[in-house]
Design a protein around this ligand. Structure first.
Ligand code: GTQ
Ligand code: FE2
Length: 384
């Protein structure tokens, strides 16, 4: 055997354990043969490769909004924005994903910050994205030339391969959060990216109250007839054509679910726990192909059912305060705080306060559409 051969990256250890062959010189020699030929037997790996249920590498973790904001503000002062770096976005890095900028194995979650008058340059990519605003206003996100106002509580989906730029038309800086499927696209080696124009034209710097997409699609149950069936798939679009879901609508939908529950109609997930999902009006399914987004509201003092599911999620507290437990972790949370729920880790949430007090509102996004599409999704709820 030649000595100039690179050391084998395969390392096999003989172990005395159930299901493992008895260590012996012959076994040792067999394992060295496997290493030379870059082979790994199933019997040494099966516990790690095929566990009885998901054992996520990701850790439940909480990021405090005030710490994120302080650092984003500092970045606004000292980090210029431009072509190449593309965005002043600062990602949540799960503590057990090797320092990668991934909130979970599939999800990117970042705080993005724009100074007054600043533009983030146009580009497009196959990764699906959305913006969610917990506070502030003054930025318009420009998607295929359509300027879309961003303000508190708005959910702004933006499916892959659409041109987009962001424009701060106000005199104050603004922050928001981005969610994307960047890690999923990275591991599956499926991503494409293109640079667009370096500057926006005057029309794109307009600041309309309502975007073209809302003027065309923003009416419950009404579809523009000119957009009916010519898109193939019986008019089902892969991603939502509605590019802004406004807080006034979301807030009202949640308030009405709780009101209906109080009137004795079964409307909520569990007592005092209302939720809505942001959907594609042409399908009724998730707004984006890979990302699910929802808003949850817990009545003061209410507790959610404990629940675990395949796939991971990121939550941001939108309003109110409460206690959240994820796996072994437990946190008190308040406005803006972000936390991650790894695959198959139980989540339960409780709103602070006594009856009649302020609700706990939480924005949530996750990767469930991926697993649903592959028939690999499972949910287990307390009491099941
Ligand atoms: O705003 O276009 O947080 O492309 C990461 C990648 C934001 C964006 C991110 C992006 C963007
Ligand atoms: Fe982007």
């Amino acid at each position: 055997m030649s000595d100039d051969r690179a050391p084998s990256p395969v390392r096999l250890q003989m172990r005395r354990a159930a299901g493992q062959p008895e260590p012996s010189p012959a076994l040792q020699e067999l394992y060295r043969g496997f290493e030379r030929e870059l082979l790994v037997p199933l019997w040494t790996e099966i516990g790690e490769l095929m566990p009885l249920e998901p054992t996520s590498k990701a850790t439940p973790h909480l990021w405090r909004w005030r710490h994120l904001m302080a650092l984003a503000e500092r970045a606004g002062q000292i980090v210029p924005l431009g072509r190449g770096g593309e965005r002043r976005a600062i990602a949540l890095a799960n503590p057990s994903l090797g320092g990668k900028p991934y909130a979970t194995p599939t999800l990117w979650a970042a705080i993005q910050y724009l100074m007054p008058g600043e533009d983030a340059p146009e580009h497009r990519h196959t990764q699906h994205a959305f913006r969610f605003v917990v506070e502030g206003e003054g930025v318009w996100t420009v998607v295929n030339g359509d300027a879309i106002r961003m303000s508190r509580g708005d959910f702004l989906p933006q499916a892959g391969w659409n041109w987009h730029a962001h424009h701060n038309a106000a005199r104050a800086p603004m922050a928001w959060i981005d969610g994307l499927d960047i890690p999923f696209a990275y591991y599956t080696e499926s991503q494409f990216f293109e640079f667009g124009r370096d500057t926006l034209d005057a029309a794109e710097k307009a600041t309309p109250e309502r975007s073209r997409s809302e003027r065309l699609w923003g009416y419950p149950g009404l579809r523009p007839a000119a957009q009916a069936a010519q898109n193939g798939q019986n008019g089902r679009l892969a991603a939502t054509p509605l590019l802004a879901y406004r807080w006034a609508d979301t807030d009202r939908a949640l308030a009405e679910q709780l009101a209906l529950e109080a009137e004795g109609c079964a409307a909520t997930l569990s007592p005092g726990h209302a939720a809505v999902r942001f959907t594609n009006p042409t399908t009724g399914g998730d707004a984006l192909p890979t990302l699910r987004a929802e808003m949850h509201r817990l009545r003061a003092g209410a507790r959610s059912r404990s629940r675990r599911e395949v796939g991971s999620s990121v939550f941001q507290v939108f309003d109110g305060s409460g206690t959240v437990s994820v796996g072994e972790q437990r946190w008190s949370v308040a406005r803006g705080d972000l936390f991650v729920v790894p695959s198959w880790q139980p989540l339960s949430m409780r709103a602070d306060g006594a009856e009649g007090g302020p609700t706990l509102d939480l924005f949530r996004f996750g990767d469930a559409p991926i697993f649903e599409a592959l028939h690999a999704h499972r949910v287990q709820e307390q009491g099941d």
